[in-house]
Design a protein around this ligand. Structure first.
Ligand SMILES: C[S@@+](CC[C@H](N)C(=O)[O-])C[C@H]1O[C@@H](n2cnc3c(N)ncnc32)[C@H](O)[C@@H]1O
Length: 247
C-alpha cells in the first residue's frame, strides 16, 4: 500500500493497473527514464528497479508529492526527483524512455507539453503513458459524482480520452508509431465504506459538495453497495498509449 495517510492513495487505487503499465513500459536495464507527473513515485521506483545500469528522473509540479516520493525512494541510487511543470521544464537531453501513470492529462497546452517531452528523448526513444478513457466509461466517476450531485466532466482527468485527438496531439508534437491499447481494470477506494468515503474526501472530488451531510450519506451508500470482502471496488477503463521519436 502506498504511504499517503493524509492524501489520496493512488498506489492502492491503481494496484490492478500497475502490472499492466509495467509490462508495457518494458524497461531495459540500460534505459534512461523520465517519469512525467510522477506523484509519489511508485512508477519511478519500479522503473529504477529495472533500469539497474540506467537511471530514472521523476518530475512533478507538486512539492508535497515529491517530498513523499523522495522519502519512499531512499537507497535507490539511480533515481532522483525534481519539481517542475512538464510543459516547460528544461529536461536534460537524451532519455530513452518517457513514462507516465495518469500524469499527462492536465496540460493546458498538450502539444507544447508533448513537444517539450519529445525534445528530451533520444532518436528512437519510447513514450508509454496510461490515461483514462472517457468519463462515460468510468463507473467510479459516475457513482461518486452521482452521490455528490455533480456531473462527470469531459476535460481534466479525461482530456486524453479520445484516441484520434491524442494521435493528432502526439503527431503534432513530433512523435510517430502511436499505438492505443484498451485496458480495463477495477480501481480500489478503500478497505471498507468508511475508508472509501475518506479517500474521496482526500481527493476533493465534487469541489466541497462531499462536506454536506446528505451528500456524505449518499456517498456512504454508494461505497457500501460496491463493498466486497476485499474492500470497495469500481470498474474503470484506461488506454495505454505508446509512441516513439523518429529513429
Ligand atoms: C493522478 S496523479 C498521478 C501521480 C503518479 N503518476 C501516480 O500514478 O501515482 C497526477 C500527477 O500529475 C502531476 N501533474 C499535473 N500537471 C503536471 C504538469 N504540468 N507537470 C508535471 N506534473 C504534473 C500532479 O501533480 C500529480 O502528481
Amino acid at each position: 500500500m502506498g504511504d499517503q495517510r493524509d492524501g489520496f492513495d493512488y498506489d492502492a487505487e491503481l494496484r490492478r493497473y500497475q502490472p499492466r503499465l509495467i509490462e508495457a513500459m518494458a524497461v531495459g536495464n540500460r534505459d534512461t527514464v523520465v517519469d512525467i507527473g510522477c506523484g509519489t513515485g511508485q512508477t519511478s521506483r519500479a522503473a529504477a528497479g529495472l533500469a539497474t545500469d540506467g537511471s530514472v528522473l521523476g518530475v512533478d509540479v507538486n512539492p508535497v508529492m515529491l517530498e513523499r516520493a523522495r522519502r519512499l525512494s531512499d537507497g535507490l541510487e539511480n533515481l532522483r526527483f525534481d519539481e517542475g511543470d512538464a510543459q516547460v521544464y528544461p529536461f536534460p537531453q537524451g532519455f530513452s524512455l518517457a513514462i507516465s501513470r495518469f500524469g499527462t492529462m492536465f496540460f493546458a497546452d498538450p502539444v507544447a507539453a508533448f513537444t517539450n517531452i519529445r525534445r528530451a528523448l533520444q532518436p528512437g526513444a519510447r513514450l508509454v503513458q496510461l490515461v483514462w478513457q472517457s468519463g462515460d466509461h468510468q463507473e467510479w466517476a459516475h457513482a461518486i459524482q452521482g452521490a455528490l450531485g455533480g456531473t462527470v466532466p469531459s476535460g481534466g482527468a479525461f482530456s486524453l480520452s479520445e484516441p484520434s485527438t491524442v494521435d493528432g496531439m502526439l503527431t503534432s508534437a513530433g512523435f510517430t508509431g502511436i499505438t492505443v491499447t484498451d485496458v480495463r481494470e477495477p480501481v480500489w477506494y478503500g478497505a471498507n465504506p468508511d475508508a472509501a468515503v475518506d479517500a474521496v474526501l482526500a481527493l476533493q472530488m465534487g469541489s466541497g459538495a462531499a462536506t454536506q451531510p446528505d451528500a456524505l450519506d449518499r456517498l456512504h451508500q454508494v461505497m457500501t453497495k460496491h463493498n466486497t470482502d476485499d474492500g470497495v471496488w469500481f470498474d474503470s477503463r484506461a488506454w495505454i498509449i505508446t509512441a516513439r521519436t523518429a529513429g
